[in-house]
Design a protein around this ligand. Structure first.
Ligand SMILES: *[C@@H]1O[C@H](CO)[C@@H](O)[C@H](O)[C@H]1NC(C)=O
Ligand SMILES: *[C@@H]1O[C@H](CO)[C@@H](O)[C@H](O)[C@H]1NC(C)=O
Ligand SMILES: *[C@@H]1O[C@H](CO)[C@@H](O)[C@H](O)[C@H]1NC(C)=O
Ligand SMILES: *[C@@H]1O[C@H](CO)[C@@H](O)[C@H](O)[C@H]1NC(C)=O
Ligand SMILES: *[C@@H]1O[C@H](CO)[C@@H](O)[C@H](O)[C@H]1NC(C)=O
Ligand SMILES: *[C@@H]1O[C@H](CO)[C@@H](O)[C@H](O)[C@H]1NC(C)=O
Ligand SMILES: *[C@@H]1O[C@H](CO)[C@@H](O)[C@H](O)[C@H]1NC(C)=O
Ligand SMILES: [Zn+2]
Length: 918
């Protein structure tokens, strides 16, 4: 599955500056809470896609007695193939209910003697055959035992058949079912998606099977290792089109129950897992191309979107991305077609159904006029992510959900490679630092983190399965696989990967199978040497949580590693068999010269070449190829800082970003002085690149949040104004007085930072510029003069520095927005208001209460706020907070930590900003 971004990537700091006072904030919180509660009465908040949620602690369940009480299927039966026919009704029945009906025949073979058939079925009403829920027949010579009784187990989602005698080992049977289900708008299984076009309500039947929803569509052995061939038939209204994983091979019009209908049949799929199935009925249209003379590539969307050419970009990049993977994996695309479809209402960012990938509209549709560079980049990376799964995940599938991190981490890593091939001028590979490595460092540095890998027995229930879809799986998975590819070198990594994919094609694996194939590739590469096996090295990174900070003392050449914890007072109560030490591959350079990679295999080590003096300096973790932070002795820090100040381009862009991010986080962890961290931001007056600026701003954001209502803020503002001014002028020049779009891809992002920060810090001319653009738009709402790239920042600043009129205009534009990405921009911009009561309007939108709690309380840093927060919790305890309970607890904890940090740092920080801003 793709990842979900709640806030668009390049929002910049401006929108975070919400200058409300605590009391007003609490009032807004209470109002929002009441509305949220009224809206969701009796219904749990849908947080399934909250990728930051942490798994709940494991409890040892009592061992269930009967086979049907286990969440895992018994291993006695193996499916071979299914014939599935589905008929969704896109109009409600007399009771106002949307239904689908269907029938299925599954051929399965018996591999262990049993007189039970246990198959998944959830929320389906099954037709009776002679008093039973299903019909059984033998295949070939086999005679089916008679059915004694059948029943459904709601808790474990099973249909159970008790037979009068046992099935014969080696024989095959056919189980027939007929069923009826609700085509609900619940985004699970076969579901209904509604949208309005030209004032007309339209209904699409679509599906999301991952992880455990195929069983809600038809009775099936719904586990990833239960691969089978699926022959699908869909019955649908004439005038609609049906899609599924296979290519459609026939359509026939016929009259069923007096209704003129169309029956579409599809070619049998390859052997595949149930969670990758997809069924869609819509009136969408497509654009298409063919590749290698026979691979059909289609992009599907609402007719209007296709007519507006919003699918063109996706079609343009799909071919090259597929080509890249065919080459990288050394394996041809396994299917005869590649469909990608944009759905107006879709929960995950995207889903890699084999041959029929589903997307949110914002993740697939690009409007050359309305979309921003960020929108375009997101489309490229999401497509590259999903298409990576066509081989890794779909062709070869992990046996069970405990290994999900390998599937998602892998796609989250190679998406950068695929996107880079399609858009070679973007330098997109560097961005993994911001969007995965730094992002997950923040989570993985907490004592509450958890290891990437879990044992198979630990993951059973659907809830435990969905907990696996979190930042650790996606981003840490990506970061450690990138590290692995870096220390093996890409050709060796790709060789092992290709051997793994070709060996296990159409089958299932466990993560160590990949390690074995990589090890084989190492062995077959002359001159290649690693200090331990791939297996042993990777165990340190996958079986224990967290990551090390490596400290290099260049006065002695000593190197030490230590588990990095953001809060030095936190207590790690999760034991590690490796005692929180890692095998750390350290790529490094001395005074600008790349050195041979050094492996840190113990807690401490010495490497004499790292001993330097005079003008020489050491920089470790070059290109941030390793998943760790680096600290140095003060002398080396000084030399690196002076290098940044005199010749920052001597270091790569991502290492500049890394020095900043490491320093700020080491300061948060009290490993280095806060003023040392702040000193890494001094050279920014000369920095023009996006990634270092973005890193610095993300870190400085905390200072702004903590101090913007204190006497520190004046000096901080003066300092940042001084630092951002040259960047603002630079963009003014290269855009010819703001009339052109910068040519460089990341320049377009940094222009957003330049304007956003310059305006909030009060750089001369910035607010006037923004106001004049927004005014022009208000005067002629049909001619928005603001470039899509700048919209988020301009809207936010205009609303922050404007009043009710600006806000109301945004609200009107939001309600009329036809493009999803424009609606998202307006919605987040409305949160930039400094007029707190406007927040009242939140209740009308679709904000999740947990996100609101996080958003509103992140600047809390006073005792007064802490008391208010605790009072708010107590006052509302009797009604409960549902899934926001955790968010509220965390808010109280974070506020406590913030108060402590502010107390300890305020004086130094004020002194430093005062000295540096003059
Ligand atoms: C599945 O459908 C195919 C073709 O329509 C048919 O030949 C086959 O017998 C069916 N299999 C079962 C088990 O119904
Ligand atoms: C299934 O059967 C129950 C009981 O008859 C009924 O209430 C429910 O609406 C049915 N659901 C569907 C989807 O047909
Ligand atoms: C798609 O590719 C064509 C041909 O190269 C090009 O003319 C067109 O501008 C591209 N469309 C988009 C949206 O990138
Ligand atoms: C690619 O695959 C072919 C066979 O499928 C194999 O002979 C060849 O060595 C592979 N190339 C690489 C670089 O792995
Ligand atoms: C684990 O590390 C700690 C801290 O360095 C050390 O005191 C302890 O002896 C180590 N334990 C094992 C089993 O290596
Ligand atoms: C941090 O640096 C400041 C200024 O250089 C100094 O006054 C302060 O004592 C240092 N704090 C610590 C904990 O070393
Ligand atoms: C830049 O544009 C502004 C308004 O659009 C104008 O007032 C100003 O004179 C221009 N500056 C230059 C140097 O062209
Ligand atoms: Zn994925």
């Amino acid at each position: 599955m793709g990842r979900v971004y709640y806030v668009s990537k390049n929002v910049g700091l401006g929108m975070l500056v919400l200058a409300t006072i605590a009391l007003a904030t609490i009032i807004a919180l209470s109002i929002a809470y009441d509305k949220e509660r009224a809206k969701n009465r009796g219904k749990p908040e849908n947080e399934a896609t909250d990728s930051t949620s942490m798994p709940t602690p494991l409890t040892t369940p009592s061992t269930p007695k009967e086979p049907w009480d286990h969440y895992r299927l018994p291993d006695s039966l193996v499916p071979v193939s299914y014939n599935v026919t589905l008929w969704p009704r896109l109009r409600p029945n007399a009771d106002g209910m949307y239904l689908f009906t269907g029938y299925s025949a599954v051929i399965f073979s018996c591999v262990k003697e049993t007189d039970l058939i246990i198959i998944h079925s959830n929320k389906l009403n099954l037709t009776n055959f002679y008093g039973h829920h299903a019909k059984l027949s033998g295949l070939g010579d086999a005679t089916a035992p008679t059915i004694q009784k059948t029943w459904l187990v709601v808790k474990t989602h099973y249909l159970v058949l008790q037979l009068r005698s046992a099935l014969a080992v080696g024989a095959s049977y056919v189980l027939h079912t007929e069923f009826q289900g609700e085509l609900a708008d619940d985004l699970e299984g076969f579901y209904r998606s509604e949208y309005t076009e030209d004032g007309v309500k339209k209904v699409v039947a679509t599906s999301q099977m991952q992880a455990t929803y195929a069983r809600k569509t038809f009775p099936c052995f719904d586990e990833p290792a239960m691969k089978a061939v699926f022959t699908v038939t869909i019955i649908h209204d004439q005038g609609t089109v049906a899609l599924s994983n296979g290519r459609e091979i026939g359509t026939a019009d016929s009259v069923i129950d007096g209704m003129p209908l169309r029956v579409t049949t599809f070619e049998p799929t390859e052997r595949m897992s149930t969670y990758l199935l997809a069924f869609i009925v819509s009136d969408f249209v497509n654009i298409q191309s063919t590749q290698n003379s026979n691979l059909l590539i289609r992009i599907w969307a609402r007719r209007k979107a296709i007519e507006d050419r919003q699918g063109d970009y996706a079609l343009n990049v799909t071919g090259p991305i597929l080509q890249f993977y065919e080459h990288y994996y050394n394996a041809t695309y396994p299917l005869s077609k590649s469909d990608q479809i944009a759905l107006p209402d879709f929960n995950a960012g995207a889903m890699e159904n084999w041959g029929l990938v589903t997307y949110r509209e914002t993740a697939l549709l690009y409007d050359p006029i309305m979309s921003s560079t960020g929108n375009k980049e997101r489309i490229t990376t999401v497509i590259a992510h999903e298409l990576a799964h066509m081989w890794f995940g779909n062709l070869v599938t992990l046996q069970w959900w405990n290994d999900l991190w390998l599937n998602e981490g892998f796609a989250s890593y190679v998406e950068y490679l695929g996107a880079d091939y399609a858009e070679p001028t973007w330098n997109i590979k560097d961005q993994i630092i911001l969007y995965d490595v730094h992002k997950v460092f923040a989570v993985d540095a907490l004592a509450s983190s958890h290891p990437l890998s879990r044992r198979e027995e630990e993951v059973n229930t659907p809830a435990q399965i969905s907990e696996m879809f979190n930042t650790i799986s996606y981003s840490k998975g990506a970061a450690v696989l990138r590290m692995l590819s870096e220390f093996l070198t890409e050709p060796v990594f790709a060789k092992g990967l290709s051997s793994y994919l070709n060996t296990f094609a159409f089958g299932n694996t466990v993560y160590t199978d990949l390690w074995d194939h990589l090890q084989q590739a190492v062995k077959n590469t002359p001159g290649m040497h690693i200090p331990h096996t791939v297996h042993n090295i990777m165990n340190r990174w996958t079986l224990q949580m967290g990551f090390p900070v490596v400290t290099i003392d260049t006065r002695t050449g000593s190197i030490t590693q230590k588990h990095f914890l953001l809060d030095p007072d936190s207590v790690v109560d999760r034991p590690s068999q490796f005692n929180y030490t890692w095998f750390v591959p350290i790529k490094w350079m001395k005074t600008g010269v790349e050195q041979q990679q050094h492996w840190l295999l113990q807690k401490t080590d010495a490497h004499i070449q790292m001993r330097v003096s005079g003008e020489d300096w050491v920089l470790a973790n070059t290109n941030v190829s390793g998943y760790f932070r680096v600290n140095y002795d003060l002398d080396n820090w000084d030399r690196l800082l002076s290098l940044l100040n005199t010749n920052h381009q001597a270091l790569s862009i991502i290492n500049r970003a890394q020095i900043i991010d490491d320093a700020f986080n080491l300061a948060r962890a009290k490993i280095i002085n806060t003023t040392l961290a702040l000193r890494t931001s001094k050279y920014l007056a000369k920095e023009r690149d996006y990634i270092p600026w973005e890193s610095a701003l993300r870190n400085l954001d905390y200072y702004i949040l903590m101090f913007d209502r204190t006497e520190v803020y004046g000096a901080l503002q003066l300092y940042l104004k001084k630092q951002i001014q040259p960047l603002f002028e630079y963009f003014k020049t290269i855009t010819a007085n703001w009339t052109k779009v910068p040519t460089g891809h990341t320049d377009r992002y940094n222009q957003i930072n330049a304007i956003g920060i310059a305006c909030s810090m009060g750089v001369d001319g910035c607010r006037e510029l923004i106001k004049s653009w927004y005014r022009q738009w208000m005067e002629s709402p049909h001619h928005n003069p603001i470039h899509p790239n700048l919209k988020t920042t301009v809207y936010c600043s205009a609303i922050a520095f404007g009043g009710v009129e600006e806000w109301d205009f945004a609200w009107r534009m939001f309600k009329n927005a036809t493009l999803a990405s424009e609606a998202v921009r307006l919605r987040s911009a409305m949160a930039c208001t400094k007029v707190p009561w406007l927040l009242n309007s939140y209740g009308r939108g679709s904000f999740s209460f947990s996100n609101l709690v996080n958003g509103i309380t992140k600047r809390f840093s006073t005792d007064f706020e802490l008391q208010e927060l605790k009072k708010f919790k107590e006052d509302n305890l009797h009604v409960g907070f549902g899934s926001a309970t955790l968010a509220l607890e965390q808010a109280i904890e974070k506020t406590t930590a913030n108060i402590k940090w502010v107390t300890e740092n305020k004086a130094h920080v004020l002194k430093w900003f005062t000295e540096e801003s003059t």
